[in-house]
Design a protein around this ligand. Structure first.
Ligand code: MLT
Length: 401
């Protein structure tokens, strides 16, 4: 478990006459989780050894559901603002058993010295919370737009940004990140997916794209080749709409340019209700049959199931709303002149079938298309060598960017 996540059990003496966790005790648990996080990380004395003390200036709590004695709550801590003398920590408490959101809190702190005067936030506290270059479970942590993202960053040179689909994570690009060693590969978990923070609100194609632009800024990359799979393709289109000049090339894998139909939008809402009721596992079971070709090994099925089952419900619901409301991108395809584009699609993909891919390939001026045999919606994992080799050949054909 990440250090920024702390599990605490609700005790009977913290509950009121109705058996609910009392709101005042809840504040104490939020505080306990923050101190515990420091105890397991840089030390509880991180402030005092820097001559600073964090005083709470403002506390906001949203209580979403009751918690009872014996419930184990997972507290997640994220630094959402880091000023010179003040900082903000956003905490969520979810019940471990069913991932239900119990409460969300935001605490604004100001650091003061012994005289009670504002004093700088200790640099090592910011470093710990952002853990920007600390590998954790194979990922670097970085905060952009107030959300802490898990990111794989490998290699040097021109940047390729890998954008995963729904409800997946950065590991669907593992073979490509491992195999394309001539370029710098950046593969984030989008907000709400994988190991990244999953705020309850704030999901749209525009937000995902803005997160990625901020991520590129943070790594000093003016331009990148965007490589998006399915929802990752929708995000790539949004990125192009906003920052066309930053895109050196485009790789679209099992995606489409059309917005959702009215029926598609209705199905998104149905899926969101299912996620709220049955959790990520229920979504995984409905999606799995369409993700992989019939020839997929049991190990691969299990791997993809595990990725989907681990997706936070808030991120699933957020992504569904973002996809439902995304604009149509068909109209912009013809304007993508002088943008080298590679389109790949699994021959057996039923979610975004080859016919959609070839419609995009005909509409984008400088596009070529590859149909990947023996793959459905996840060719990056189903036929990793074919995909990695095709991407490599495409990147080799580009001028350095
Ligand atoms: C994805 O893989 O990202 C989704 O299948 C996209 C979608 O549901 O439209």
């Amino acid at each position: 478990m990440a250090t920024q996540e702390i599990d605490l059990t609700v005790y009977p003496d913290e509950c009121d006459a109705f058996g609910h966790l009392n709101q005042a005790s809840f504040l104490a648990l939020f505080e306990r989780a923050r101190w515990e996080m420091l105890a397991r990380g840089p030390g509880m004395d991180i402030f005092s050894r820097n001559g600073a003390w964090p005083a709470v200036r403002k506390a906001t709590v949203d209580y979403s559901a009751p918690a009872y004695p014996g419930d184990v709550l997972r507290f997640h801590q994220a630094l959402t603002h880091h000023g010179r003398t003040s900082f903000t920590v956003r905490q969520t408490a979810r019940r471990v058993r069913d991932d239900a959101l119990i409460a969300t809190a935001e605490f604004v702190f100001v650091c003061v010295n012994r005289e009670g005067k504002p004093t700088p936030v200790p640099a090592d506290f910011g470093e710990f919370m952002n853990a920007r270059s600390t590998p954790r479970e194979g990922a670097t942590r970085i905060t952009v737009n107030g959300v802490n993202l898990a990111v794989n960053v490998e290699g040097e040179g021109s940047t390729v940004l890998f954008i995963h689909g729904y409800p997946l994570d950065r590991t669907i690009w593992e073979p490509q990140v491992a195999g394309l060693d001539r370029w710098r590969r950046i593969a984030p978990d989008l907000r709400g997916m994988g190991l990244s923070d999953a705020p309850d609100l704030g999901y749209s194609m525009a937000t995902y794209a803005a997160d990625l632009a901020a991520l590129l800024d943070a790594f000093g990359a003016d331009r990148a080749v965007l490589c998006g799979l399915s929802m990752g393709g929708y995000i790539a289109f949004e990125f192009l709409r906003r920052w066309r000049e930053r895109v050196a090339g485009l790789i679209l894998v099992d995606t489409r340019a059309e917005a959702d139909s009215a029926e598609g939008k209705r199905l998104r809402d149905e899926a969101a209700a299912l996620a709220r009721e049955g959790g990520a596992a229920a979504i995984a079971e409905t999606m799995l049959p369409n993700m992989l070709a019939g020839s997929a090994s049991a190990e691969l099925v299990q791997r993809v199931r595990a990725i989907m089952t681990a997706a936070p419900v808030a991120g699933i619901v957020g992504a569904l709303g973002a996809m439902r409301d995304r604009p149509d991108s068909v109209g912009m395809l013809a304007s993508l002149t002088a943008l080298p584009t590679l389109i790949m699609v699994g021959a057996e993909d039923r979610l975004t079938p080859p016919a959609r891919a070839s419609a995009m390939a005909s509409a984008i001026p400088d596009a070529r298309m590859i149909v990947v045999a023996g793959a459905a919606h996840l060719p990056t994992l189903e036929q990793p060598t074919v995909v990695t080799d095709s991407v490599r050949a495409f990147l080799e054909g580009l001028e350095a960017w």
